[in-house]
Write a protein that binds this ligand. Structure first.
Ligand code: DGJ
Length: 704
């Protein structure tokens, strides 16, 4: 191994990392906005050093990228191992570093244990840093891995505030921002076998003064679809260290010569100009570096999903008529949700028996697909392959195929059990069943659902998650044109690892736009509008009971991958026309919505929310009001992201919200367009009536 340099510098667009290697370990000395090439890395590291104090080990051990308790580190160790129930002392020495401008790998070894760790940090073109760890073991006698953090990150000292997320079914990603106190001990963990609704694997750190357009911010994400664990601890000397990784249960990972452990990767992004720039970096990463590239540019078709339109009450005549009405509205893809197979007339049976129901489709599923295609739409199908109903032919044939602990009752959730994907016979069976469906029927898209937690997990969820990835990869290789949407009772399993296999995520079962504005706001910090499934649901909303106009429901659903999840035959003629007009607007603007830079609209009125998406010389804004406004004269909406000296034509896109439009000053001018410069739009803004809850406006901005 060549001699180790004393520092290592890694640059991604607008971001720099400097590692201090002078003390025999790799210490992340700087993570932040891009530094000029002239900045000497050793001088920077030296400027950050402090003298020793009385109450610490004589040989002071910094929180390196692989901190070890045995070396005197008092926080959470990065790696913990045990043999025969006894934890083994681990003391990794840095033995080398190799890399180039795009990536660096640190090699750390514990010679006594014959254990080594490779920690790779890569700078992606999007501006994110991706970190991955691999643990190798060379000994004769295997050891158990108890913990392996994907990332141990000493937070930059400007990161004084953290935003964490919490949630439940139909109320995902509730953001809470708090100050990181001197004695902070924050911890998050999941145990349901998926990231869950609370989004614990998404974290946001900011300087105290950070806003949408100003301040320092840092995002951290664990790209993993199983259980995770993270801790944030401020040590007595004031340094906050974050540790995040997959949750490993005792005995779950056994390291041996031929079985290393590759931890899921963690993603970091930094911004020096607020949350907008951070969001845009993460969106670029997902669009250019995560999603299956075959789908990253094609226009996203408008969906009709049968779930909130029909539930389980399916019949061929009903579905055909639904398809006809969908086509009249301008819908481009018809997704047949739950209830199409075997004896599934409610949620108590048949998961696992993936044959079209002869009651619903006496002439076969082809008859519906042909009808859908004759209406110029393509066809998508719902499946929930990882599950099995106890009342199913599959379960009767293979009762041993599900997760279970011998001697304990098989507890169900939504009346279903979970298949053990770590068994090759199970995943081979699932591959064959889905492969056959995709070969036999003309299916453009799958909605891949997952509606219960994994319990009991006798051998942990890591193997289950890895097997899911292999199954999806195998199917994608055979059927590269089929789009896959990830859904877990809504947004219960959304992460960057799954999104390298799926092209859409179902953000929430809650289609109430007022709830969705909040839920989507959190998702949007990390994920682009292009893949965020957002549907126009019925009114009153089946989950919240809230009644909202079609105008409001349709305008908000345009900001995402738009769909409809309601029965048009139950809508008034006016509502159908309003919906179809918004579907046409979505098609006209989807390239901007899906590929532009997303800015959140800021207002001091807590009932106001919205976004402005800008692509080159065009932009579209959505401004919504969910609570009764504090003032009649609403705060002007200021649109950032435009060229300051460029003149733009600003129009309010029709249809307009009926009641608020009466308060519009000079409606004709807004219809034809107002001319304003980018600077005036950013600093002065435009004033629109939005006093009533349930008001939404679409503002189109085009360079002249
Ligand atoms: C839960 C999903 O989130 C819904 O959209 C729907 O597909 C149901 N499952 C069907 O059972």
């Amino acid at each position: 191994m060549p001699t180790t340099p004393s520092t290592w510098r890694l640059d991604a667009p607008a971001t720099t990392l400097i590692f201090d290697l002078s003390r025999g370990v790799a210490e992340l000395a700087y993570l932040g906005p891009g530094l000029p090439p002239e900045q000497n890395a050793s001088v920077l590291c030296g400027a950050l050093q402090r003298g020793a104090h009385e109450s610490e080990p004589d040989e002071r051990i910094p929180p390196s990228i692989l901190p070890c308790i045995e070396a005197g580190y008092a926080g959470s160790p990065a790696v913990e191992i045990a043999r025969a129930g006894h934890q083994l002392a681990l003391r990794a020495e840095s033995v080398g570093v190799e890399g180039d401008d795009a990536a660096v790998t640190f090699h750390l070894v514990d010679p006594a244990l014959t254990l080594s760790v490779e920690s790779r940090w890569s700078a992606r073109h999007s501006g994110v840093i991706e970190v991955s760890q691999r643990v190798n073991f060379e000994g004769e006698d295997p050891v158990q891995l108890l913990r392996c953090a994907s990332l141990v990150l000493p937070l930059p000292r400007w990161a004084t505030h953290v935003t964490q997320f919490s949630g439940r079914w139909a109320a995902e990603m509730h953001a809470t921002r708090s100050e990181i106190s001197r004695s902070a001990r924050l911890h998050g963990e999941t145990q349901g076998g998926t990231p869950g609704f609370s989004g614990g694997q998404w974290l946001l750190f900011e300087s105290a003064d950070s806003t949408e357009h100003y301040g320092l911010s840092l995002a951290v994400h664990l790209a993993w679809s199983g259980d995770h664990t993270w801790t944030l601890r401020v040590d007595p000397d004031g340094r906050a260290v974050l540790s995040i990784g997959a949750r490993i249960r005792p005995g779950e990972i056994v390291l041996s010569r031929h079985h290393p452990f590759v931890a899921p990767s963690a993603v970091i992004a930094v911004s020096s100009s607020g949350r907008a720039a951070l969001r845009q970096t993460l969106h670029r990463h997902v669009l250019d570096e995560r999603l299956p590239q075959a789908f990253s540019r094609a226009p996203r078709k408008v969906h009709l999903n049968t779930w909130e339109a029909c539930g389980f009450a399916l019949s061929l005549p009903k579905l055909k008529s639904l398809a006809e009405q969908a086509a009249e509205l301008g819908i481009e893809r018809f997704i047949l949700d739950d209830g199409w197979f075997s004896g599934r007339r409610n949620d108590r049976s048949s998961l696992g028996d993936w044959n079209p129901s002869v009651d619903v489709f006496p002439e076969g599923l082809e008859s519906l697909i042909r009808h859908v295609e004759s209406l110029a739409m393509d066809f998508g199908l719902w499946i929930e392959p990882e599950m099995v109903s106890p009342d199913s032919a599959l379960y009767r044939a293979h009762p041993d195929w599900c997760l279970a602990v011998e001697g304990l009752p098989r507890a169900t959730q939504r009346h279903q059990l979970v298949l053990d994907l770590t068994r090759a016979d199970v995943t081979d069976h699932l591959y064959n069943v889905i492969d056959q469906l995709l070969r036999r029927y003309s299916i453009a898209a799958l909605k891949w659902d997952h509606n219960r937690e994994l319990f009991p997990i006798p051998s942990g969820s890591i193997g289950q998650t890895q097997a899911l990835y292999r199954l999806l990869d195998r199917l994608r290789e055979t059927h590269p044109k089929v789009e896959i949407e990830t859904c877990a009772s809504g947004g219960g399993r959304v992460d960057y690892a799954l999104l390298s296999r799926c092209t859409r995520f179902w953000a929430s079962d809650n289609n109430d736009p007022i709830e969705r504005l909040r839920i989507n706001r959190s998702w949007l910090q990390f994920l682009p509008l292009r893949i965020l499934g957002h549907h126009v649901g019925p009114s009153p909303n089946p989950i919240t009971g809230r009644m909202l106009s079609m105008d409001f429901r349709a305008k908000t659903a345009m900001f995402g991958h738009m769909g409809v999840e309601a029965d048009p035959s139950t809508m008034s003629e006016d509502d159908r026309q309003t919906l179809s007009a918004h579907i046409a607007l979505y098609k006209e603007w989807r390239d901007v919505i899906h590929h532009g830079s997303v800015y959140e609209l800021c207002s001091s009125d807590e009932g106001a929310a919205g976004w402005f998406v800008v692509q080159m010389n065009r932009g579209l804004a959505l401004i919504t009001q969910s609570l009764f406004a504090q003032h009649f004269e609403a705060e002007p909406i200021r649109l950032h992201g435009l060229e300051p000296y460029q003149r733009y034509c600003v129009r309010l896109l029709t249809p307009w919200p009926e009641h608020p439009a009466r308060y519009l000053n000079s409606p004709q001018v807004w219809r034809e367009g107002v001319r304003m410069t980018g600077a005036a739009l950013a600093y002065s803004g435009i004033s629109l009536p939005r006093r009533l809850p349930g008001t939404a406006w679409l503002i189109a901005v085009e360079a002249e």
